[in-house]
Design a protein around this ligand. Structure first.
Ligand code: AMP
Length: 496
């Protein structure tokens, strides 16, 4: 006779399992392509966890989940959690060669696609839940690294617990009643906000697939049928939607909340959303992947809009501190600009297998983990304001990109001798990437043709959002007085 599985109480996961028992028929995930019920999510993730547990992997070794927004990805997240293996999401938009480097960097023994998940589920039998403590890695999110090697941010169960508990306490989501918009791909940590808040509250996740996102008409049809109550996206995505006059409360009659993170929320976007969605609150949240999605928040009400032309990112979540410090890590006085440092249980223990890189930015402070963000910030009237980056990391349409990462890939092309990548600026924000290249031999053809060929080659190394929009062929780079590539001069050329 089959042994009754004995589930240990693990708060977040047992809470999620309880939803599967109390509302098995309700949808937990929906997109234009597929849907999944709560009952099936729990049954299938138990079976997957059983199959993983029988696979003799190194205990706690990362498992790569390579897919897009299929329901199996959710089955995979939970299956990994229930077998105490961190998951590493890689969207299918990431080219194979980059995905392979991530698999190698994660030292992953198992790569699961939606098809493979279905096969494994068929083999697996539920097993007792493997307990992990709060320090157990829960997921590893790879982000752009400045030298061209993606870096894996390790997020523990404790980090995720801290983040989700804060969101639930602050946002008072309707339990069992929310439909969360999932715009970001699962390999962007913004999606952690919608996925895990949805799972913790027994909601429904409404995913916008790449197919829907690439077609405005379908996007609006999809939104109209979504029943979304909580919107989670980067501000640039909302800005894109606002370009259509039909983007208003009538389209999303149940929408009560916009949650933004990952990029600057301008007063203009917030103002227009407040006007067009009278029933919805607008929240700005701030934080890097290294501190589990977001650490500060503020509701953007009318008085905040009127008072601050540049919107604040808010105040720290309870239990964490967000400091503004000088070069030596000493807090600066309010009104003085410094680097934003995050201290708390939501801070990652570091980059996977990269102790030196980790040591540069992670430390401990007041008995908690601390992370230097590389973001400029300032406190005014008790509110934190983000003031741009201290380095060459940029955000393009909400995507985090290290210019050095793109440069390293462009420079790796056989025909390229040297490369420098800068951003064009539109309305005060990074808009697109421009690559300046010095070639080994100049082939026949215009700069445009040469650029198109380079771009095509680069597409096998970088996801589409990291591809330079334009290539400029130079005979040599302009140099600064001390002989370095003069990036300011290059940036001036594209922003003339
Ligand atoms: P990511 O790790 O992709 O979430 O990117 C983190 C970076 O995005 C931060 O270090 C900031 O530079 C930027 N960022 C995140 N949230 C905000 C926000 N609300 N406003 C402005 N920039 C933000």
């Amino acid at each position: 006779m089959d042994e009754e599985p004995r589930w240990e109480l693990v708060d977040l996961i047992s809470r999620i399992d309880a939803w599967g028992r109390s509302a098995p028929e309700r949808l937990v995930h929906q997109s234009d392509a597929a849907s999944l019920t709560w009952g099936d999510l729990i049954r299938r993730s138990d079976a997957l966890a059983g199959a993983i547990a029988s696979s003799c992997l190194r205990p706690g070794s990362p498992i790569v989940l390579r897919g897009h927004k299929e329901p199996e990805m959710l089955v995979g997240f939970l299956g990994c959690a229930k077998s105490a293996h961190p998951y590493v999401p890689i969207d299918v938009a990431v080219p194979e060669s980059r995905a392979e480097r991530i698999v190698a960097a994660a030292n992953a023994e198992m790569v699961l696609t939606p098809e493979r998940i279905r096969e494994l589920e068929a083999l697996g039998r539920p097993r007792p839940l493997l307990s992990g403590d709060l320090e157990t890695p829960f997921y590893v999110m790879f982000t752009s690294g400045s030298t061209g090697e993606p870096k894996g941010v390790v997020i523990t169960r404790g980090c995720l617990d801290a983040f989700v508990s804060w969101m639930l306490n602050e946002q008072h989501f309707a339990t069992g009643g929310e439909t969360f918009l999932n715009q970001a791909v699962f390999s962007f940590d913004l999606s952690v906000m919608d996925v895990w808040c949805c799972l913790a509250t027994g909601g429904t996740l409404f995913s916008l697939t790449a197919t829907v996102l690439s077609d405005f008409r379908r996007l609006f049809q999809s939104l109209a049928s979504s029943g979304v109550t909580t919107w989670v996206s980067t501000p640039p995505f909302a800005q894109l939607c606002l370009a259509d006059r039909g983007f208003r409360q009538e389209l999303l009659p149940h929408l009560t909340r916009f949650l933004f993170c990952g990029d600057v929320l301008t007063g203009e976007i917030a103002q227009r959303l407040i006007e067009r969605f009278p029933m919805a609150e607008v929240w700005n949240t701030y934080g890097p992947t290294e501190a589990t999605v977001a650490t500060t928040s503020v509701q953007i009400r009318g008085e905040v809009l009127r008072r601050y032309p540049q919107l604040p990112v808010g105040v720290a979540m309870p239990g964490s501190k967000v400091l503004v410090v000088d070069d030596g890590g000493v807090r600066v006085t309010d009104g003085t600009r410094g680097e934003i440092m995050i201290v708390g249980p939501n801070v990652s223990p570091g980059y996977l297998g990269r102790p030196e890189l980790s040591a540069r930015v992670f430390s401990s402070r007041d008995g908690m983990r601390a992370y230097r963000t590389g973001d400029w910030g300032v406190y005014e009237e008790g509110l934190l304001f983000f003031q741009g980056r201290m380095d060459n990391q940029v955000k393009i349409a909400g995507h985090r990109i290290e210019l050095g990462d793109v440069e390293a890939q462009v420079a790796s092309l056989a025909s390229v001798r040297g490369a420098a990548v800068v951003t064009s600026i539109k309305h005060g924000r990074a808009d697109s990437l421009h690559a300046f290249v010095v070639l080994v031999h100049r082939p026949p053809g215009s700069d445009l043709e040469i650029g198109a060929a380079l771009r095509k080659e680069l597409a096998s190394l970088l996801p589409a959002y990291m591809l330079p929009r334009k290539f400029h062929v130079l005979n040599r780079f302009p140099l600064t007085a001390n002989g370095k590539t003069d990036r300011k001069a290059l940036a001036a050329m594209v922003n003339a």
